[in-house]
Design a protein around this ligand. Structure first.
Ligand code: SER
Length: 370
């Protein structure tokens, strides 16, 4: 692995120093690499690289982009990092001058709660950024003559169940139901899914010189994700991880949804594992571009009961915020993940109890004991 540039190093200069002569390195690009999922993915790539190198095999360079300079812990996991906006063409051009991108994990986005405060900005970043990356991927595919594999994290926020009675009656929803989200973030996720499908199958349909399938687009609609290492910010499923981390830190927590609020969740390692499995699956086995997955779906009250099994002193209260509650009420209480199971072998690692006892609690205890 290459050394990463010192903070403050001129990006253009450090990038140039990495280009080997006139040829560009084959690379995996991760946008939003400084986020919760980005960190997990960079760690997974670093582990995979170590395994491959031990077996005498090569692994592509890992290139990260984030709005902010990555912390040293993240930078150590990748070959190059760029601080900047994914809507900034000059930044992407600079990155492309050194790297030939064969795979993209486009994680950069504003989450659902934050997006409601600045909907037009959210659209510019969430849809404009996705469009920019898809365009870049299609151009790369044309240059090196093979499809670029593109991962897009979609979300249960893509759903908009009209009311609570319908939500309860619907149970586990399929990928094609209720796709009229109530949030800008959700609308942006549906757009991203649709744009991915278009670029994968119909891009420049009328152009005589078109490439038939420039992008191999793969997407997962994630449920709420809980990590032992990080706490999310700006999302609406954040009440789960916030409740647990507050209890572990011995801090009081006011949960912003009702005790009976129910949506699906999973752990971060399961989410990262699912991305890797889907991206490694043979294209012929994939019958769709977007897949539901989930591991467990407790109500907020059931989630708290699990927290209290390990942290009985947890000072948690319920103080529903009606607006955020309405977002959670528009998300399904469960997702039907039969297609993911059938096409690429998805299966959850944990149920609620084992997620707490085997992953979350031991790791969180260790973290806050430090
Ligand atoms: N967990 C995200 C959020 O709450 C949904 O993708 O915004």
């Amino acid at each position: 692995m290459h050394a990463t540039p010192d903070p403050g190093t001129d990006l253009a200069a450090s990038t140039a120093s990495r280009s080997r002569g006139a040829s560009r390195h084959g690379a995996i690009l991760v946008t939003g690499a400084g986020g919760e999922m980005g960190h997990g993915l960079l760690e997974a790539f670093a582990a995979e690289r170590a395994r491959r190198e031990e077996a005498g095999e090569s692994f592509p360079a890992v290139v990260a982009i984030d709005l902010r300079e990555l912390p040293e812990s993240h930078r150590a996991l990748c070959d190059e990092s760029f601080a900047g906006d994914i809507c900034d063409d000059a930044l992407l051009e600079r990155m492309l001058s050194s790297f030939e991108v064969g795979e993209i994990y486009h994680l950069a986005a504003l989450l659902s709660t934050r997006s409601e405060f600045v909907p037009e900005t959210a659209h510019a970043v969430n849809v404009g950024g996705t469009l920019n990356l898809l365009r870049l991927a299609a151009a790369e595919a044309r240059t090196h003559g093979s499809a670029v594999r593109f991962f897009f994290p979609s979300s249960i926020a893509a759903y908009g169940v009209p009311d609570l009675a319908t939500k309860r009656a619907a149970g586990a929803v399929s990928e094609d139901q209720f796709l009229q989200p109530h949030t800008m973030y959700g609308a942006n996720k549906v757009s991203g899914e649709n744009l991915g499908f278009y670029y994968a199958n119909h891009y420049r349909k009328l152009a005589a010189d078109r490439m038939a399938h420039p992008i191999d687009f793969r997407s997962i609609r994630f449920p709420g994700i809980i990590s032992a290492d990080t706490v999310p910010s700006g999302g609406t499923s954040d009440y789960g991880p916030e409740m647990l981390h507050a209890a572990a830190r011995g801090e009081p927590y006011a949960c912003f949804v009702r005790p009976d609020a129910r949506i699906p969740f999973m752990t971060m390692p399961e989410a990262i594992g699912a991305i890797r499995t889907l991206m490694a699956a043979p294209a012929e086995s994939l019958g769709r571009t977007v897949y539901n997955i989930q591991s467990f779906n407790p109500s907020a009250e059931e989630f708290l009961a699990e927290v209290r099994r390990f942290f009985p002193e947890a000072e948690t209260t319920f103080e529903p915020d009606l607006a955020r509650q309405s977002i959670v009420d528009s998300w399904p209480e469960a997702c039907d993940d039969a297609a993911a199971r059938a096409d690429w072998g998805w299966a959850p690692t944990y149920d609620l109890a084992s997620a707490f006892s085997e992953y979350l609690v031991p790791r969180i205890r260790e973290r806050y004991a430090r």
